[in-house]
Each structure stands twice: as structure tokens, then as C-alpha cells.
Design a protein around this ligand. Structure first.
Ligand code: ATP
Ligand code: MG
Length: 414
């Protein structure tokens, strides 16, 4: 029988990798809490409509990347490809639209059927921040500042550049869309097939294309900034003023558009050159139209998501867990004493490994292999004297210690 394989684009997170993920999540959660964000978890799968409606039937995510299936009861469900839609659905489902503004922090797995490569998986993980019910540009500044603080705490900020753009309001977008359609119509022959399809349905998305031919055409495309309404222009100026005030550096990138249809006004990404093609570590923006699309009241929102795998590649190795005390029994009396001693020490906060196979030599070898700091050897002779042998595994020194004094003597090895 051939050995079973993991599904393409999925991976097991072994100890070191899992520690990196945890460092990212714990750091982000701690900072989000200081900003007053509450942790939320929504289901990993939802009715397909929860994602299909807001993300847009024409987006790459919905047309190509969603894990959608009928469950045994015939319900159309989808593994979540992103967090925002689920959180907004949760706000509506739980009747929370009366308690705005709401601030959420979330983390967990996402699923997209993409071509796997470095920093791009089919199951990946995100941290996510959403501020729902605040229409002011200060809210955009707040979530960007929160993002910058998380990246700084992870030691990643200095390796990134914040790219910033505005997608304007509806009137701006309408005027721009007309201009874009006109421009692309003139270059139709040079566009990729995907982009020719986007031309009628969503020309804005062509700006996001990774196709080389499309990119060349995009270089000459009209600039959105020239089509902004005065209100949208003012909103963006306020966001920029707030970032300047906080000393958060950014680079304007007029080509930055978010992959999802419901974004408006501010769009931003923290990008790095240190991950090859997968340079975006964190992306977000304002989504004032989303709640209404999902059947809730007209409600503004702004937020971001960051890829944990990409951040995990950039952070310094997190501290290893505390080194263990190896409790090593010899003989039957030792076995019983070791069981109770190990439990007591663990209750006292020590990390304890119980060695119970092989002769003393093997047990000590194993203790060294797992990086234990000290070993407590419980032999018949010592136990008869109500004592144990305490061995410093770094220096090899060992002494006999009365059982009653053991905890005190172990304290320096914690
Ligand atoms: P990209 O341009 O890299 O495809 P995206 O615009 O699809 O990113 P978002 O939907 O904004 O990404 O998701 C936010 C973040 O989640 C990204 O910036 C990235 O760090 C991470 N991310 C997105 N897709 C994947 C994936 N397939 N594997 C790993 N991380 C991902
Ligand atoms: Mg993508």
C-alpha cells in the first residue's frame, strides 16, 4: 500500500512552524486588544452565498478559488476563503447592528484553490481585524496603525513598505470605470483572455492582473486620482494626514486595487521584497457597501487581513518552550515515586518528561536528546533514604538531594 499523502497545497505545522504561527497570532491579538478589539471566531464553512454574494460572482476567488461543495443534506457550503464576509454575516445574524461600532480580531485557516508555491497554499492562515460601523477616515488610520504596530512587534515592519491608494466613492468609481472601459477597448487585442472577459463585467479588475501583456497595457491606463469626487478626495486627504501625524510612512500606489468587489475609499497593503512573488503580507481597506449587500443595514466598515505563513517566514525564531526536568525512575519503587513526583512538579509549573524505557544510560541519553535541563534519578537506594539524585545535564554535576528539598533545588533549573 502506498503511504497516504497530504492534499496538495496543505501542510502539517510541526513544532517550530506551529510556534511561529502562535507567535504571530499571540502578538497580533495582544496588540488588537490594546486597541479595544474583541476576539471573534466564525465557522470555517458557511453557506456559499455568504462569500459568493459579497466577494462577487466575477472575482477570481469565487470563479476559481473557492472550495464549494454540497453537504450530505444537499446544502451548498463553502470553506471560507477570507474572514470579512463571515464576520459581517455574524454581526447581522447576532443582531449586533444595534451596538456599533464593533471591533473584531480573528485568526484561523482559509481555503483557496490556488497554484501552490512559496508563501501560497490552498489551506493557509490569516490574522484579521475589522472595525465595523465607523465611517470616519480616523477609523482607516486606526486599523492601519494597528497593522503597523503588529508588524513592528513582529520585527517585520522594517522589511515592508505600506502602499496606499483610494478607490473613491461610487460616483468616482463610476466615472473612472467609464474612462477605463474606453481605454481598454482601444487595447482590446493586447489583453489576456481573462481580462477581455473582465472588460464588460469588471474592468477595474484588469488593473490587478498578473499577466505580462495586461501589465504593459495597464502602464498607460487612466489614473483614478483624476476621477475622484471632491468628497472622496477629502476623505483620502484626511487618511493621509492621520498617517503623517502618526509618522506612518507610506507610498502612494495608484495601481493598488483590492481583489474584492466591495472595497471603497482606502486600500492598503504592506509589501515586502523578501518573499519573492508573494510579497503582500497584509492587505485591507474600507468596505462601506458590504453589510447592505449581505442583507443588513447600510453600515460602513474597514479592516485588514495578513497571511500568517508569510509573516512566519519573516519573523525571528520564537523562543523555544522551557527546558524540561527529566524524571528518571529505576526499579519498581522508583516507578511509583516518579509518577507522583512528575505530577507534583507539573502542578508546580515545571515542564517534566518522564523517562520510562531502557536502562539508566538510555534514559539519560533520551533526556539529553530532548534538551532537558536536569534529571531527577529515583533509584531504589536513594528512595530508601528518602532522597533522589539530581543531575545538572549541562555540567554533568550530580548530587543527592532529600526529596523534601527537591523542589527548592530544582528552582534554578526552571
Ligand atoms: P495575493 O495577491 O498574494 O493573491 P490576495 O489579494 O489574494 O493576495 P487577500 O485576499 O487580501 O490576498 O488576503 C490577505 C493576505 O492573506 C495576503 O496579503 C497574504 O498575505 C495572505 N494570503 C492570501 N492568499 C494566500 C494563500 N493562498 N496562501 C498564503 N497566504 C495567502
Ligand atoms: Mg489572491
Amino acid at each position: 500500500m502506498p503511504a497516504l499523502q497530504p492534499v496538495r497545497g496543505t501542510q502539517d505545522l510541526l513544532a517550530e512552524e506551529q510556534r511561529r504561527h502562535r507567535a504571530v497570532i499571540d502578538t497580533a491579538r495582544g496588540i488588537a486588544e490594546r486597541y479595544g478589539y474583541q476576539e471573534i471566531a466564525t465557522p470555517i464553512f458557511e453557506f456559499t452565498e455568504v462569500f459568493a454574494r459579497p466577494i462577487g460572482e466575477t472575482s477570481d476567488i469565487v470563479t476559481k478559488e473557492m472550495y464549494t461543495f454540497a453537504d450530505r443534506g444537499g446544502e451548498e457550503v463553502t470553506l471560507r476563503p477570507e474572514y470579512t464576509a463571515g464576520i459581517v454575516r455574524a454581526v447581522i445574524s447576532n443582531g449586533l447592528t444595534q451596538s456599533l461600532p464593533l471591533k473584531f480580531f480573528a485568526s484561523g485557516p482559509m481555503f483557496r484553490y490556488e497554484r501552490p508555491q512559496k508563501g501560497r497554499f490552498r489551506q493557509f492562515h490569516q490574522i484579521d481585524v475589522e472595525l465595523i460601523g465607523a465611517a470616519q477616515p480616523q477609523a482607516d488610520v486606526e486599523v492601519i496603525a494597528l497593522a503597523a504596530d503588529v508588524l513592528a512587534a513582529l520585527g517585520v515592519l522594517k522589511h515592508t513598505v505600506l502602499e496606499l491608494n483610494t478607490l473613491g466613492d461610487q460616483a468616482s468609481r463610476h466615472a473612472y470605470r467609464e474612462a477605463l472601459v474606453g481605454y481598454y477597448a482601444q487595447h482590446r487585442a493586447g489583453l489576456s483572455e481573462d481580462s477581455r472577459n473582465r472588460l464588460e463585467r469588471n474592468p477595474l479588475r484588469i488593473l490587478d492582473s498578473k499577466d505580462a501583456g495586461d501589465k504593459a497595457i495597464n502602464a498607460g491606463a487612466p489614473h483614478f486620482g483624476d476621477y475622484l469626487t471632491p468628497e472622496a478626495r477629502h476623505f483620502f486627504a484626511e487618511v493621509r494626514a492621520g498617517l503623517d501625524l502618526l509618522g506612518i510612512a507610506y507610498r502612494l500606489n495608484p495601481r493598488l486595487v483590492r481583489g474584492l468587489d466591495y472595497y471603497c475609499h482606502t486600500a492598503f497593503e504592506f509589501v515586502t521584497t523578501e518573499l519573492g512573488a508573494q510579497g503582500t503580507v497584509l492587505g485591507g481597506g474600507r468596505y462601506d457597501g458590504l453589510m447592505a449587500i449581505m442583507g443588513g443595514p447600510e453600515t460602513p466598515g474597514v479592516g485588514w487581513a495578513a497571511g500568517i505563513e508569510r509573516l512566519a517566514l519573516l519573523i525571528a525564531p520564537p523562543a523555544a518552550p522551557p527546558r524540561a526536568i527529566a524524571v528518571i525512575p529505576m526499579g519498581e519503587r522508583g516507578d511509583a515515586a516518579a509518577l507522583t513526583l512528575a505530577r507534583e512538579l507539573r502542578r508546580d509549573g515545571f515542564t517534566v518528561e518522564l523517562g520510562y524505557s531502557g536502562n539508566i544510560g538510555r534514559r539519560l541519553k533520551r533526556a539529553n536528546k530532548i534538551g532537558a535541563r536536569a534529571a531527577v534519578i529515583l533509584g531504589e537506594d536513594e528512595l530508601a533514604r528518602a532522597a533522589a539524585t539530581l543531575r545538572d545535564l549541562d555540567t554533568g554535576e550530580q548530587i543527592e538531594v532529600p526529596l523534601a528539598a527537591l523542589k527548592d533545588r530544582l528552582a534554578p533549573f526552571r
